[in-house]
Write a protein that binds this ligand. Structure first.
Ligand code: GDP
Ligand code: IMO
Ligand code: MG
Length: 428
């Protein structure tokens, strides 16, 4: 099984980091292909917690070569801080490779992210404030800075001058901020150049050659299907391609080389930031899921909005990603709920709909149609075989599988590496 893509099937924080980490010992490369330090992955190894933002989760596994692909936006300050943080805990970070084509987040992107959110007021996205949107906007506008540019001061200066000309008008005249100074930005970025240089390479060549040798490459998405710039709940999305197709454009590996696409899905649903969320709970059940599931953002610490499982979204994720498997996470969090509601379809303007409505107004009006499934009271955290789950928990998983369009190959019953039940081998 040489190439496997791991994507979030909902609105993020499904447990992609744990899933990647678990496969780590059986893969040779782990590639982050989209997003930046807006991601937050918590991985628990032998009771020790690691929080990763920009680095691929594979960095925690010895022998894995972690790769930051061309589709990622890199904040260099965060990169070196995160590398130092995990090196200090004994993790070997020396193998990290970064695509020369990856775009750089500069200080003016962070400023613009925060100021545009403030100006949007009620229409704000609720971004992480990390400069992600403005950095991708520059990429699409063809005024971005790429990792390679840091090794040629003349080019770097010319590009920053070009990029800031218009932005400074905006910052000063519209947003009432101070202008960004070309010299300051150039100096800041050049300050990282020599540390960055040994990591930067043509990662498309590296990855394709690895696949030619029969090595295993795992592509790890940040964010998730419903936050994807094209397929998510636009405009309440992130600015990158978080679906499976992004693994190809964000790494320079073609679609014919991908063997498996795994969607990570929680046994309920969460969302951070603004935007529609049909199964969201505003009562004590939402609070219960947040408390028991520890649903607070790894990146911003914001409480996550919580709701029941939505199989319309799971079916949509199966379709737009071409999923071959689901990893169902956090089943343990549902223990003790007498009857568990699952959204099986929506009602929109009095009519039942089984497919996700893609127009914004219809999705805003979608009301969940629930089916109730009997719960269980047993603690699941020590269970390691599907057959050993309480009968009702097994039935819940089988029902989700039937409703969601793709087989459930693995089930999470706790945050630790070992707290997982396998039904089908993901790398077979
Ligand atoms: P990611 O962004 O998709 O990598 O997910 P996050 O790390 O932001 O959020 C998932 C959280 O759930 C983390 O704190 C994980 O340690 C935790 N987690 C993952 N799988 C399970 C599981 O099966 N059960 C429980 N209780 N926690 C889990
Ligand atoms: P992981 O990889 C959950 C959300 C933000 C906001 C929107 C846009 O941990 O699953 P951005 O800063 O990207 O421009 O914000 O996307 N968001 C996430 N929500 N998990 C994430 O990453 C997220 N990354 C971005 O809250 O609503
Ligand atoms: Mg997360």
């Amino acid at each position: 099984m040489p190439a496997i893509v791991v994507v979030g099937a909902q609105w993020g924080d499904e447990g992609k980091g744990k899933a990647t980490d678990q496969l780590g010992s059986r893969v040779d490369y782990v590639v982050k292909f989209n997003g930046g330090n807006n991601a937050g992955h918590t991985v628990v190894i032998d009771g020790e917690k690691y929080a990763l933002h920009l680095l691929p989760s594979g960095i925690l596994t010895p022998n894995v070569t972690p790769v930051i692909g061309n589709g990622v936006v890199v904040d260099l300050d965060v990169l070196f801080e995160e590398l130092e943080g995990i090196s200090a805990r004994g993790v070997d970070t020396s193998k990290l490779l970064i695509s020369g084509g990856a775009h750089i987040i500069a200080s003016y992107h962070r400023t613009l992210d925060k100021v545009t959110e403030r100006f949007l007021g009620k229409r704000r996205i609720g971004t992480t404030g990390r400069g992600i949107g403005p950095a991708y906007a520059d990429k699409i506008n063809r005024v971005g800075i790429r990792a390679w540019d840091l090794f040629d001061e003349k080019i770097l200066r010319a590009k920053i001058e070009g990029s800031l000309e218009q932005k400074n008008q905006l910052l000063v005249k519209v947003y009432n901020r101070r202008a960004a100074l070309v010299d300051e930005v150039v100096d800041e970025l050049l300050g990282y150049a020599e540390r960055l240089r040994p990591m930067v390479t043509d990662t498309s060549v590296v990855l394709n050659q690895a696949l030619d040798r029969g090595e295993t490459v795992l592509f790890e998405a940040g964010q998730a299907t419903m936050l994807d710039i094209d397929h998510g709940t636009y405009p309440f999305v992130t600015s990158s391609s978080a679906t499976a197709g992004g693994a190809c454009t964000g790494s320079g590996v073609g679609p014919t080389r991908i063997d498996r696409v795994v969607g990570i899905v929680k046994a309920y649903t969460t969302r951070v930031g603004e935007g529609p969320f049909p199964t969201e709970l505003f009562d004590q059940w939402g609070e219960r899921l947040r408390d028991v599931g520890g649903e607070f953002g790894t990146t911003t610490g914001r409480p996550r909005r919580c709701g029941w499982y939505d199989s319309v979204i799971a079916r949509y994720a199966s379709r737009v990603n071409g999923l071959t498997d689901f990893v169902l996470t956090k089943l343990d969090v549902l223990t003790g709920i007498e009857q568990i509601p699952v959204c099986v379809a929506y009602e929109v303007d009095g009519k039942r709909v089984d497919e996700l409505p893609t127009d914004q107004t219809a999705f805003h009006h979608a009301k969940p149609i629930y089916e109730l499934f009997p719960g269980w009271t047993e603690d699941l955290s020590q269970v390691r075989r599907f057959e050993d789950l309480p009968r009702n928990a097994q039935d819940y998983v089988v029902a989700l599988e039937e409703l969601s369009g793709t087989r459930i190959s693995s089930i999470g019953v706790g945050p630790g590496r070992e707290a997982t039940l396998q039904r089908h081998d993901l790398l077979d």
